[in-house]
Design a protein around this ligand. Sequence first.
Ligand SMILES: [Zn+2]
Length: 327
Amino acid sequence: MSLAYGNMPLDRGTNQRKNKRWLSAEFTQDKTLFCLINDGMSLFEKRAVHMPIYLSRTQLPTLTVDSCIYLGKGALGKGTLDKESRSVFAVDFNKLRFSTQQELTEVGQWLGLRKVTATLSAIDASILALAKGLVHWHISHQFCGQCGHANRSVEAGHARRCSDCRNMSFPRTDPAVIMLVEKMFDDGIARCLLGRQASWAKGMYSTLAGFVDPGETLEQAVVREVMEETAIIAETPQYITSQPWPFPASIMLGFTAVATSEKIDISQDDLDDAQWFTREQLADFVVNNSKVEESEESNEPQYKMSSGDSISSYLITAWLNKEIGQY
Ligand SMILES: [Zn+2]
């Protein structure tokens, strides 16, 4: 099993990257590549099949090592240039000099990563997701949380230090639980509990999810979130797997849980709907991606699963195939 964004081939060089001499040497190597992020979007070739564009330093003549974020070193393999081990840095396009920005306008096109994940190699999707998350962190932590003065990027872009009180900030990851809740009904048919938000595409349903509260175990978060969103009593949370979700700064922690109640009540939370679905119903779901067309024969939208790149679609599919869960 392999979930999108979790196939990082790069060694993050956690120890080496703090060494400025080592970092500068990596920065100046000809084979080093740079991954640009522009308002959350990544740079792709203009062809129909989207290939990410990694730039060389000669294409970024005004770039300095201090304005880059070190992602790591490794072989990017199939889908990119070759299998040679090389360092990769992330760069915020908006911090480049205007003249450099102008020169890059014809190089490719800017696209949201999640829109093209399905067409990318697992490695490219993981690198681009990390770059997106870290660039966002720098943009959203420009000022010190203690005294309000400006922060500056240090430690190869993996920390920011206050220019006044020297307080250090580090990128955080917010844990979120996401759970496939199941129940064996009196009719002898197992069902799982899925919900939808009003802003989602018509007919799209997903596993319930929510952020872990301070001072709470993951298992407690599963039970609380299911109760908050649907008034269903859930028990025996079982951890399944996790998925990095740096959009902007989460990790999704996948669970199964067994419901001991049946009546759904969404009035206490902001879900648009929640329903129990049998495997027979789930088998007719389509994976939601941009190519999905709504049924032309009727006004009723076809039920859709959440995006194929998400752990939600993995949990639902795995339960459908009886790979996870008790029932
Ligand atoms: Zn400060």
